[in-house]
Design a protein around this ligand. Structure first.
Ligand SMILES: Cc1cc2nc3c(=O)[nH]c(=O)nc-3n(C[C@H](O)[C@H](O)[C@H](O)COP(=O)(O)OP(=O)(O)OC[C@H]3O[C@@H](n4cnc5c(N)ncnc54)[C@H](O)[C@@H]3O)c2cc1C
Length: 380
């Protein structure tokens, strides 16, 4: 586990960061380590408040190297609870179970929110140890000097809705690919240490969310026998969009405020942290941020748009075909990595996929932070 690197002597004007999510805190940590004075403004009273005690997957398939090793190499803390997940069960719409295996962890189950073992708390502690000032209940409206905008999603392209609860079931992960439970998405159950997250992750038909959550709960109870103790409803949205430019004026936009996400399944944490790192790098070196993220993040994001277009077409029979194929693989991590990497067929399909996938973020000219437009002035 990495100890926080020592900050260098401070030089240059104060850098303001809007948002203490993984994107904003990563940027702050890298800037502080390089000797810059950083103030992070967080609109809520604690980190990760939109997630409560949500369990999420820190995916480990988009890179050959292990994600925790990469975080350590980049000087980010790994002092958070992270359960390696090698093996789980995915069901199709007919209730058939497929065993999913990988040699290295497919993902690490982590906690989000303000809890002591969460990713958000670990990043917060590291930032503070490096001298970053984090101001809670501080909603940044305007930025006059150097800064980074990391304020999270601006529209809902997908929603994940369900429950957090306590359970006697053993640790593990389960998923169901069934448009009747999670249209164009997937339903999932994550259990770690007697606590659980059960969600329907939908990419369409949000107005019927209650019906899909009820069906998801019934299906997991029937298939896995899970019982909820002390259930608390929880849900959230994700914004997936590849921007023309990830600048608002001269300020870099990072994480979901830019629209950076895994359009296929919504595994956005790594893109949030990577874009935070690249925005910090651009402020430190003067390199153009658009050049940096296009070089490092764009190929994966474009591939994920193609994957989304294909997945949306698949339907329940297509998911079943996909699961049958995956379950024959000894190492699903390697198969998924291939799907997440760019390839010439996916490059050829990109303009078709762009025509099929449209973000709900209609007003692409305004991210409503650091903005003086009439709408924002009206809400101030
Ligand atoms: C229910 C759910 C489940 C998910 N599961 C997974 C998963 O399993 N794996 C995965 O990789 N990803 C998952 N994601 C996506 C992942 O959580 C996000 O991609 C990631 O949190 C984005 O990080 P961020 O820093 O850009 O934004 P956020 O984490 O949203 O942080 C933005 C912060 O900015 C603050 N803020 C907003 N406006 C202002 C302002 N004006 N001034 C100051 N602060 C402001 C907000 O309060 C918030 O704390 C999930 C998302 C949801 C909703």
């Amino acid at each position: 586990m990495t100890a926080p690197h020592k900050p260098m002597e401070q030089t240059g004007p104060v850098i303001q960061v809007a948002g203490a999510g993984p994107a904003g805190l990563t940027a702050a940590i890298i800037l502080a380590r390089a000797g810059r004075e950083v103030v992070v403004h967080e609109a809520q009273r604690e980190v990760g408040s939109r997630f409560g005690r949500d369990f999420q997957g820190l995916e480990n398939w988009s890179s050959a190297e292990d994600v925790l090793t990469l975080m350590e190499e980049e000087g980010l803390t790994t002092r958070f609870a992270a359960m390696p997940c090698h093996r789980g069960t995915v069901y199709d719409a007919w209730g058939n179970a497929y065993d999913i295996r990988s040699e290295q962890p497919l993902f690490y189950m982590i906690e989000r929110g303000p809890g002591p073992g969460s990713l958000d708390s670990a990043l917060l502690h590291q930032a503070r140890d490096l001298g970053v000032e984090v101001r809670f209940n501080s909603r940044l409206k305007h930025l006059s000097g150097p800064g980074i905008l990391a304020a999270g999603p601006r529209a809902a392209d997908a929603i994940a809705v369900g429950y957090h609860f306590d359970t006697d079931m053993e640790d593990g992960f389960w998923a169901i690919c069934d448009d009747g439970l999670a249209p164009k998405g997937y339903a999932y159950l994550l259990i770690m240490g007697g606590r659980a997250t059960l969600k329907s992750c939908m990419f369409a038909d949000f107005k019927q969310e209650k019906r899909y959550v009820d069906r998801t709960l019934e299906a997991f109870q029937r298939l896995t026998g899970v019982q909820m103790k002390n259930p608390v409803p929880h849900g959230g949205a994700g914004n997936f969009r590849i921007p023309q430019s990830a600048y608002s004026g001269r300020h870099p936009l990072v994480g979901e405020q830019a629209g950076f996400q895994d359009t296929l399944w919504g595994f956005g944490i790594r893109l949030a942290m990577a874009s935070g790192r690249l925005a910090a790098q651009s402020l430190l070196t003067g390199e153009n941020y658009d050049t940096l993220w296009r070089r490092e993040l764009l190929p994966q994001m474009e591939t994920s748009v193609v994957n989304r277009a294909l997945y949306s077409l698949a339907g329940n029979r297509g998911y079943r075909w996909f699961l049958r194929r995956l379950s024959t693989r000894q190492d699903i991590r390697r198969s998924l990595r291939r799907q997440y990497q760019t390839s010439w067929p996916k490059r050829v399909m990109l303009s078709w996929a762009n025509g099929r996938y449209q973000s709900q973020r209609k007003d692409v000219s305004c991210s409503h932070v650091d903005c003086n437009c009439v709408w924002c002035r009206g809400c101030a």
